[in-house]
Design a protein around this ligand. Structure first.
Ligand code: USQ
Length: 380
């Protein structure tokens, strides 16, 4: 397979590239190093040192062909697709932080406009240049919000006033970032309806972890963010434990979210690439299990205690976000199981590995300490 990864420098993009080259696929990648730059702008950085893209490519034996550019620029995307003529495009190249999108009108507009534009660029370029390309688009479980009913995979049967239909499930993102992904989903759905494009729309949960089999094999790290803007919850809790500061559960901690390890995320994307839809818009809810934030904090504290013998405090701080604190949550994830997904790494497999990797990077963590406490508030 010829695969073009947009956002190849990111947390998911780079390990996915390693998995694909290891399997003998032809890998092309694009990035404008936006996350590296934005992260420095908020006085943060990857807590685990990562190589430059040149170094990364060299260490893979020059198996990745890299293009520098911005996916929200239509000319860049058209030229890129004409030059590479891939079988599949994995679009991971969007602004990926919910807190970043909530800082100001500028960052909200930047997130909405750039994210929506990038997906539209891909839709039009694929339609105009090579209609059978499989578009794998990274969406978010957060597109659904937290409704008081079960969450299906994209669509559901509904009866209303005596009539019934199979309709898109309501999407209720809780940040401008999540809303940008909601708009992407509707745009992809329409692109399939009018031009028959082959689309896998991936509603991914919160990813945790520092490693995959190929990160170990090639000895090449992926970035790992722990700051209030780019760090996600479990990765942040693990770094707080290593720094000896109380874990920052926002609000009551009964909020439930869907989670999966980095290894499982890469395996799922690989399965999706190997099972392309034909003239279909297909939705996958990509997660392994769902947990409350209290459970996640407890799992980090428990693993920290068994590694070090030391207790770590779990604190409940004012929730900077507007989100339900205690709610029903029951999302489905059958579509990935149907194409062969089985969990490879559980929470208790992965947390000790994360803690040990972070312990080895403690000096970097100490430098990032000031970026941890949340400053971005939804209701400001
Ligand atoms: N949270 C805490 N303490 C923290 C950080 C977060 O309690 O120190 C809570 C948040 O309030 C939220 C939950 O943990 O309820 C998840 O927050 P997060 O920052 O880990 O994840 P989120 O902002 O939802 O976004 C992340 C990724 C995004 C992806 C999404 C999947 O940044 O790209 O789309 O996870 S999902 O959460 O399913 O929408």
């Amino acid at each position: 397979m010829k695969v073009l990864i947009l956002g190849i420098d990111g947390y998911i993009g780079f390990p996915l590239a390693l998995r694909l080259i290891d399997q003998g696929h032809e890998v092309y990648g694009a990035d404008n190093f936006y996350t590296r730059k934005r992260s420095r702008k908020v006085n943060a950085d990857s807590a685990i040192k990562i190589d430059s893209m040149n170094e990364r490519i060299k260490k893979t034996g020059n198996k990745i062909k890299f293009y520098y550019g911005d996916v929200s620029n239509p000319k860049f995307i058209y030229d890129l697709i004409k030059n590479t003529m891939p079988d599949a495009i994995v679009h991971l190249g969007e602004q990926r932080s919910a807190p970043y999108s909530m800082i100001s009108l500028d960052t909200a507009n930047e997130t909405l406009i750039k994210n929506i534009k990038s997906t539209m660029n891909i839709i039009y370029a694929v339609k105009d240049i090579k209609k059978d390309i499989h578009i794998v688009k990274l969406g978010s479980m957060g597109e659904y919000g937290t409704p008081n009913i079960d969450i299906p995979e994209g669509f559901f049967n509904i009866e209303y006033h005596g009539r019934s239909d199979y309709l898109p499930f309501p999407r209720m993102g809780q940040s401008w970032y999540h809303m940008s992904k909601v708009h992407d989903s509707y745009n992809l759905m329409l692109a399939n309806k009018i031009w028959g494009l082959n689309i896998s729309d991936v509603m991914q949960g919160v990813v945790y972890g520092t490693r995959t089999g190929e990160i170990n094999k090639y000895n090449l790290n992926t970035r790992f963010d722990i700051d209030e803007i780019y760090g996600t919850v479990l990765n942040r809790f693990a770094s707080q434990a290593i720094l000896g500061i109380p874990l920052t559960v926002y609000g009551q901690g009964n909020q439930k979210r869907a989670f999966l390890s980095l290894e499982d995320s890469i395996t799922c994307l690989n399965l999706i690439l190997n099972n392309p839809p034909h003239n279909e818009y297909r939705v996958y809810n990509q997660f392994d299990e769902y947990y409350s934030l209290n459970y996640i904090a407890g799992a980090v504290a428990k693993n920290y205690k068994s590694l070090t013998g030391t207790d770590i405090e779990v604190s409940h701080i004012d929730d900077p976000r507007i989100e339900s604190q205690d709610h029903y949550y029951n999302p489905a994830n059958e579509n990935l199981k149907k194409i062969g997904y089985r969990r490879q790494r559980s929470l208790d497999d992965e947390i000790p590995v994360i803690l040990s990797d972070l312990e080895n990077n403690k000096k970097r963590l100490i430098k990032l300490k000031d970026s941890i406490m949340p400053k971005t508030k939804w209701n400001k």
